[in-house]
Ligand binder design. Sequence first.
Ligand code: COA
Ligand code: AMP
Length: 636
Amino acid sequence: MTGRSIYDETYRRSFQAPEEFWAAAAEDIVWDRRWDRVLDDARPPFYRWFVGGMLNTCYNAVDVHVDRGRGRQTALVYDSPVTKTVKTYSYAELRDEVARFAGALTRLGIGKGDRVILYMPMVPEAVIAMLGCARIGAIHSVVFGGFAPKELATRIDDAKPKLILCASCGIEVNRVIPYKPLLDQAIELARHTVERCLVLQRPQERATMVKGRDLDWQETVAGAAPVDCVSGAATDALYILYTSGTTGIPKGVVRDNGGHAVALKWSMQNVYGMGSGEVYWAASDIGWVVGHSYIVYAPLLKGCTTILYEGKPVGTPDPGAFWRVCSQHGVNALFTAPTAFRAIKKEDPQGSFMKTYDLSRFRTLFLAGERCDPDTLVWARERLGVPVIDHWWQTETGWAIGANCVGLGMLPVKPGSPTKAVPGYDVQVLGEDGRQMPAGEIGAIVVKLPMPPGCLPTLWNNDEGYEKSYLARYPGYYLTADAGYKDEDGYLFIMSRIDDIINVAGHRLSTGAMEEVLSAHPDVAECAVVGVADEIKGEIPVGFVVTKAGVTRSEAEIVRELVERVREQIGPVAAFKAATVVKRLPKTRSGKILRGTMKRIAEGTPYTTPATIDDPVILDEIGESLRGLGYPKKGT
Ligand code: COA
Ligand code: AMP
């Protein structure tokens, strides 16, 4: 069978008999009790996989490999150029650490179904803690360190954790960022009372402890006895991961245990072409879904060695950082965001750094998290001499919706396309009226229900929000909120979002949330934030504000405060640094702000003046304000 026909045949089988297909994949997982039904479709639009099945995800990711004689194989490599540390854990060592940490959790009264929030940098203790929660059935919720206290507080109020895990600091290239004061502020802002915090003191910064609430990580864990894995239902939640929605309120994406383990293990072989014992590196952060799925769970489920990298693609110390890690640890496949490559390309346009390292074991580069511009893909492919695979997915799905499935035989690459729908995903492109769009024509990209195992069953405590956000627009389909098209060969092209989400350096952010911050400023009458193309970060937010009548303070002063407010209330990760005061915002006669037109003006791309605009002169005023900010920029 040729590579092509393996993909086609597998895709077809995944729909011809989905229950058989996923039951076969589930044989690769150790179950404490077999499922009663592979797919429970009795309550559409809610679907559950492997109902009646019992398992433990931590057992499948860690203990099983020790039990099967691979205890000495390296499970985790912690590579931290910012602290000049490399530390490895074998599967046996990882199991012991996780079992002891789970023991500490148990002693603190944490058990099945309790929520534990992690606000931590990329240190091995964070991975151990995630697995420790999974071991006893506690539900972890990791909050990315670049989010501000207010964002953390919102997540605390929604998840209502019994315990928060934190480190004294993160390290951003050469800056120490104290995390503990941010946590203290978040706890103060939150309505939910947090009873306990476990604080990892890093040598770079000592956190001040709150008496009666905060416990020292090392001391607490040192005194704990290891505990065994606790069996749980396949449909129990493994974790909650908050992601930006269309408002300032983030959505708590729920991941179950059974479907997740089955899908992720299947993906390692079939999507990424990885075998047990091989080395897989996802250069992301545990605060994002890529980190959950492909730093922690999938590589360990597959019995690979996974790399936890506390550094950046450039500056730690140079644009050869990724190639140093790949050669030092014998990486077979690397997964990162295109933005990382744009950053490398800018500092090392010839790719000279990679030539100085032995990359003989490196065979595939995977990119995702944002649209991959063909220039970046081709640059990486030519310099590295290996296939570069763009693939498309989102926090909600937890694994790839569209990909060139390497393990099923690679299809020809079309730069700009993540290739085709992955088996299990019936991806369609629909028009406003719900009809399928012809090949080549843009529409809303949807997945016909049920989605395959591993995708979100619902939002945390919010079935209604799940239905409203994803299922209401096209009954029977999951709305990805991405717009794009399929070409005549069935290749997908993901072009833009249909909501207010923008993608800044591979990070998903809501412009609506930023607008909420700007409008709360006492001098601001109204505002708009749009994502403008950026050479390195893909997109960058730019704010437009109209001040209230009678405001006489300088524009520079107001803008400085706005930038500061977004940083304080959303976090540095928003990268909100550019804003301008305008006389008026362009609107349609019905009052809709013309954000798309403003984006085009900022990017210097042609636009047609909308017929419904109330006053076209405003567009010239917007253009002038943008020129003051240096837009349009060259080369975007
Ligand atoms: N804790 C605290 N602050 C953080 C942080 C963290 N974990 N991660 C980022 N920040 C801060 C940064 O220090 C920066 O702050 P600054 O405005 O004071 O400089 C801000 O948030 C923006 O960070 P970042 O988006 O990382 O931009 P950068 O300019 O520092 O680096 C890249 C640019 C391209 C090198 C970087 O974005 C990168 O490596 N991206 C890889 C993409 C990725 O991991 N995507 C995840 C999905 S696959
Ligand atoms: P997140 O939930 O943070 O992973 O962000 C998901 C969103 O990022 C998707 O809905 C897309 O808008 C975008 N995205 C992710 N991967 C790709 C890709 N390969 N091509 C285009 N857009 C992508």
